[in-house]
Every structure is written in structure tokens, then in C-alpha cells.
Design a binder for this molecule. Structure first.
Ligand code: HEM
Length: 439
């Protein structure tokens, strides 16, 4: 998932009809640079004073922000809220902007995050096989190999930008492997994906060109794989071959749907994981006691704290700040607020996951936190399909970093770090670190 297209410099928020009563202090500014750096105080204010808040987004689209945990969970599961942008009753220019580059290309539109049952049920069932915990566990040695290879690339230098040299390439290579993109083509994917991230919110030409190249490549790859497909599936067959097989055997998957599926997997699984590794490393480096606790546990060969720790990092400062767009298909009431048919609704996962009504000491990072039913992977029928893979990548990346570079630290003051100013995703532009070189 990527950010909604819009200006890269966030604009001011617009106070509105859902504004709190006269006794409440003024609402905080949303979508400024200060907000991008630390949105949590503003979310705390919204949760308390205007938990279902109508605002104008930097793109000009008006939408409702849902910030309390209980409301968020209910909203994510409410089938009266459609994922299909055709239900948006806003101005024409604003419709269909879920933030996936290329989404306006009809052939890439029929992906999981843009559709409702029964199409959603059918497509999700077809692709779910590739993400069973067993299939993902089989992938663990490859993720470890990729992780080590990337760390080898900078370990002897004593410093690196962890976003560009580590967090960014790891998920792109992993998804390419999963889809069945040949190794010799994977660097092209890395370049196109890099263009899309760098140009988000900026001039749209760069993104459009990269989307076009990726789409052309995927169509060609599907074509080539179809021509070479053996009659029976081999164990561990790649995902694109599995999708072609499904479409060939009357499971109602069109070639466009197969291409859209490959595309959404790339986008849903790429920047999210970059930011899990980036935000997670940042949180660990700025919470030395928690980081030392994790390092002790890893040195003792334990895995329990790593597993609860990655969930806590998702809750505390997760990659997906807002869930993707939903549109009311009929008037609905959320948290006592009436929402008209056609209105867009955005669930603020980052606010819900710090709700004191649900989490004790929500602003404290506690890697061993129990009862941590965070919403970082969403909830309901659109719950993250790639969660087992994301967990595998996040756990492997963080454990290997802390083990191989035990004195890893930030190379700049935390205040100097710059966060991307997008809407849906939360992540760092760069993460400069230093450490004793491994010679
Ligand atoms: C830490 C990394 C990740 C996070 C935090 C994350 C988070 C999410 C969230 C919050 C949603 C639901 C969005 C909504 O309801 O609006 C979602 C959906 C989805 N995610 Fe992930 N994701 C991650 C990694 C991945 C990976 C690695 C893949 C696959 C390679 C993936 C594939 C998907 C897909 C296909 C959907 C749509 C599911 C549907 O609509 O049925 N995600 N993810």
C-alpha cells in the first residue's frame, strides 16, 4: 500500500462540522510536517474530543477519520462500508484515489483492496494458498539469506542508511521470489519500486512511467509463464504460475485480475515492510532499555520476545497509519456520528492502537506486552493477507541486525530524522546508523 496521491507538503487541516463542543481546546493541525514527525499527540486529541472527525485531506478530498479502537474495529468489519471507489460521492477528480499508483488504469483496478464480496471472497481464496503459515515458513531460509547478503553489503563500513540499503531491498526481493520474478529481472523491479516511492506525492510522471514498465513486464511474464506451464503444479510453485493455473481451470480469474493481483501484492507488501523494519529499528534505537532486553533474549537463543516485540513495534509505531479508503454505501452511524452515503471513511490505525481504553500505558513501548490485539494488520475480511510473511521478514531483519551489529546506533539526533509526509503510510525517508565495522 502506498500513500494517497496528493501534495508532498501536507496542507493544513480544516476544522469542520464534527468539531468538538465549545469547551474543548482548538483542534490540532493535521498533515503538517510536525504532524508527520509525531502524529500521536494530535491523534490523542482527536480520540478524546472528536473521535469521528470530518476533515479535508491535503488532496482536497473530504473524509471522516475514525480514531478510537472500538469504533475502528467495528468500522473495519462493517460491510456497509465498501472498498469500491465507485461508491465515493465526492467531486469527480477525487474519486477512486485509494493511493495505489496505477489504480486508475482499469486493468489494475480489480485488486483485493478495491473490491467487495463476492468478488473479494473469490479472489482472496485463490491467492490465500500462497500465504499459509507453512508456505511462508518454507520461505524462511531465503529471507535469512537475503537479510545476511544485504548486511554483508555494508557491515564492514561502520555506517549505512538502513532504509535504502536494507529495509527497502529486502521486501522487494522477497516478493519477487514469491511471485516468481526471475532473479536476473529483480533489480529492474527494485528500480521501478524505488521510483514509485521517491516520486510519491511529487510530479506524477515518474510514478506513471514506473507503473507502466511494471505493468508491461508483469503482462509479459504472465504470458511467458503460461506458455511454459507444466500440466501439474510442482511443490512450491511460484504465485504467478498458481494464479495462471487458477485462471486456466475455470476458477474465474481473468488475466487482468492475475496482473492486478501481482501488482497489489507488490504494493501491499513492499512499502509496509520497508516501514516495519525502518520504524521498528528506529523505535528500538530510541528505547535503549527495550533494545537491550531484546538483545539479551536473542543472545539466550529465545524467540518469544522477538515475536511479541515485533507485534508491539507494529502497535507502537506501525507502517500503516491509516487503513485504506472505505465508502459508506448507505447512511451509517459510527461512534454516535452519522455519516452520509457516499462519504469516504478512513480508520486511523495508529490512533486506535494507542487508545488507552484498549491498551494499558499505550504510549509506552513494551516488547513483552500481553493481550496485544493491535490493528496494525487491519481487521475483518481485508485483514492483511501477507501478515505471516511480514512477521517473518520483520523478525528476521531485526534479529539479524541486532545480532550482527550489536552496538548499532543512530548516526544523527532523532530530531534530525525526516518522515515521509504521506497519508496512508508512516515511514522514515532515511535512517542513518553507525556501528563497529565487522572486518
Ligand atoms: C508489516 C508489514 C505489513 C503491514 C503493517 C500490513 C498491513 C496491512 C493492512 C492494515 C491491511 C488492511 C488494509 C485495509 O483494510 O484498509 C493490509 C491488507 C493487505 N496486505 Fe498487508 N501489510 C503488511 C505486509 C504485507 C505483505 C508482505 C503482503 C504480501 C506480500 C501484504 C499483502 C496484503 C494484501 C494483499 C492486503 C489486502 C487484503 C484484502 O483486501 O483482502 N501485506 N495489510
Amino acid at each position: 500500500m502506498t500513500d494517497q496521491p496528493g501534495p508532498s507538503v501536507p496542507g493544513p487541516s480544516v476544522p469542520d462540522s464534527s468539531a468538538p463542543g465549545p469547551s474543548a481546546p482548538a483542534p490540532p493541525a493535521l498533515f503538517t510536517w510536525e504532524f508527520a514527525t509525531d502524529p500521536y499527540p494530535a491523534y490523542a486529541w482527536l480520540r478524546e474530543h472528536a473521535p469521528v472527525h470530518r476533515t479535508r485531506l491535503p488532496s482536497g478530498v473530504e473524509a471522516w477519520l475514525v480514531t478510537r479502537y472500538a469504533d475502528a474495529k467495528q468500522t473495519l468489519a462493517d460491510q456497509r462500508l465498501s472498498k469500491n471507489p465507485a461508491h465515493h460521492d465526492g467531486p469527480a477528480h477525487a474519486r477512486g484515489r485509494t493511493g495505489i499508483p496505477g489504480e486508475r488504469k482499469a486493468e489494475l483496478m480489480t485488486h483485493l483492496l478495491n473490491i467487495d464480496p463476492p468478488d473479494h471472497t473469490r479472489l482472496r481464496r485463490l491467492v490465500s494458498k500462497a500465504f499459509t503459515p507453512r508456505r511462508v515458513a518454507e520461505f524462511a531460509p531465503r529471507v535469512q539469506e537475503l537479510t545476511d547478503r544485504l548486511i554483508d553489503g555494508f557491515a564492514d563500513r561502520g555506517g549505512a542508511d538502513l532504509i535504502h540499503e536494507f529495509a527497502f531491498p529486502l521486501p522487494i526481493y522477497a516478493i519477487c521470489d514469491l511471485l516468481g520474478v526471475p532473479r536476473e529481472d529483480q533489480d529492474d523491479f527494485r528500480d521501478w519500486a524505488g521510483m514509485m516511492i521517491r516520486h510519491q506525492g511529487g510530479p506524477r510522471g515518474g510514478v506513471a512511467r514506473s507503473v507502466k514498465k511494471m505493468r508491461g513486464y508483469l503482462a509479459d511474464l504472465i504470458h511467458r509463464k503460461r506458455a511454459a506451464l507444466p500440466p501439474d503444479p510442482a511443490p512450491g510453485e511460484d504465485l504467478i504460475s498458481g494464479l495462471i493455473r487458477a485462471s486456466d481451470h475455470g476458477e474465474h480469474l481473468t488475466e487482468n485480475e492475475a496482473a492486478a493481483m501481482a501488482f497489489i501484492l507488490l504494493f501491499a507488501g513492499f512499502e509496509t515492510t520497508v516501514n516495519l523494519i525502518g520504524n521498528g529499528t528506529h523505535a528500538l534505537l530510541t528505547h535503549p532499555a527495550q533494545r537491550a532486553r531484546l538483545q539479551r533474549s536473542l543472545a539466550a537463543g529465545e524467540s518469544a520476545l522477538l515475536a511479541t516485540g515485533v507485534e508491539e513495534l507494529l502497535r507502537y509505531d506501525g507502517p500503516v497509519e491509516l487503513a485504506t479508503w472505505r465508502f459508506a454505501t448507505e447512511p451509517v452511524t459510527i461512534g454516535g456520528q452519522r455519516i452520509a452515503a457516499g462519504d469516504p471513511v478512513l480508520v486511523v490505525l495508529a490512533a486506535a492502537d494507542r487508545d488507552p481504553e484498549r491498551f494499558a500505558d499505550p504510549d509506552v513501548l513494551d516488547l513483552g506486552r500481553r493481550d496485544n490485539q493491535h490493528l496494525g494488520y487491519g481487521h475483518g475480511i481485508h485483514y492483511c493477507l501477507g501478515a505471516p510473511l511480514a512477521r517473518l521478514e520483520g523478525q528476521t531483519a531485526l534479529a539479524t541486525l541486532l545480532t550482527r551489529l550489536p552496538d548499532l546506533q543512530l548516526a544523527v539526533e532523532p530530531a534530525e530524522l525526516r518522515w515521509r509526509g504521506g497519508l496512508i503510510m508512516r515511514g522514515l525517508r532515511t535512517l542513518p546508523v553507525e556501528f563497529t565495522p565487522n572486518r
